[in-house]
Ligand binder design. Structure first.
Ligand code: G3P
Length: 213
């Protein structure tokens, strides 16, 4: 499984990029608003740091508006991936953008049917929201597993991003489910890289090393 960082915070993106683990970035309107910066300038900053897919979300609700926004965003860099909400209008926009050679990430996926339809419309990526399904007593990872099985069964190229990741357990479960990507907040990415026994092991090695003197 590959990793994206799920943030619009440029410092976190720089740190995560330096780790050598992430392949790209996903943002959404809430994450962008949290930064309090002008959208285009912020995307340009991210583009200057990350050489990989960068998902930027449109806010129009109609397909024409989505396509117009997408064209402006895509002109910023070949790395830009247009995040489109999973609606009927979003599907239309996905079809048009795919025909124009613009990559898409169909987001807010909460069912197998939605994932299959987004893939058929030509989505480059689909983003099932694991944590938000868990929030309503459904099983987010189970949905990821079902989408993986269905896409494999029908030979679809659309890549699956486990999104709305809330814990290190979600990451491990997404790996086991066969997700192509997980998009992970920075704090959870760091937590996934650490282990109590690693820290204790380093401490013991250093203690023993001191005995040499
Ligand atoms: O990748 C989608 C993500 O940003 C949503 O996460 O935690 O707001 O459900 P969350």
């Amino acid at each position: 499984m590959r990793f994206f960082i799920d943030t619009a915070n440029i410092e976190e993106i720089r740190e995560a990029w330096a780790l050598g683990v992430i392949e790209g970035v996903t943002t959404n309107p809430s994450l962008v608003a949290k930064e309090g910066k002008e959208f285009t300038g912020l995307m340009q900053e991210i583009i200057s740091v990350v050489d990989g897919p960068i998902s930027a979300e449109v806010i129009s609700l109609d397909s024409e508006g989505m396509v117009a926004e997408a064209e402006t965003l895509a002109a910023m860099s070949p790395n830009i991936v247009i995040k489109i909400p999973m609606t009927a209008e979003g599907l239309k926009a996905t079809k048009i953008l795919t025909a124009k050679g613009i990559k898409t990430n169909v987001t807010l996926i909460f069912s197998l049917n939605q994932a299959m339809m987004a893939a058929r419309a030509g989505a480059t990526f689909v983003s099932p929201f694991v944590g938000r399904l868990d929030d309503v007593n459904a099983n987010g990872i189970e949905l990821v597993r079902e989408i993986v099985a269905a896409f494999n069964c029908y030979g679809l190229d659309t890549k699956i991003i486990a999104a709305s990741i809330r814990s290190v357990t979600h990451i491990a479960e997404a790996i086991k489910a066969g997700a192509h990507y997980a998009t992970v907040p920075y704090s959870i990415l760091l937590a996934a890289a650490t282990h109590l026994l690693t820290d204790q092991g380093i401490e013991r090695f250093l203690r023993d090393w001191q005995k040499l003197k």
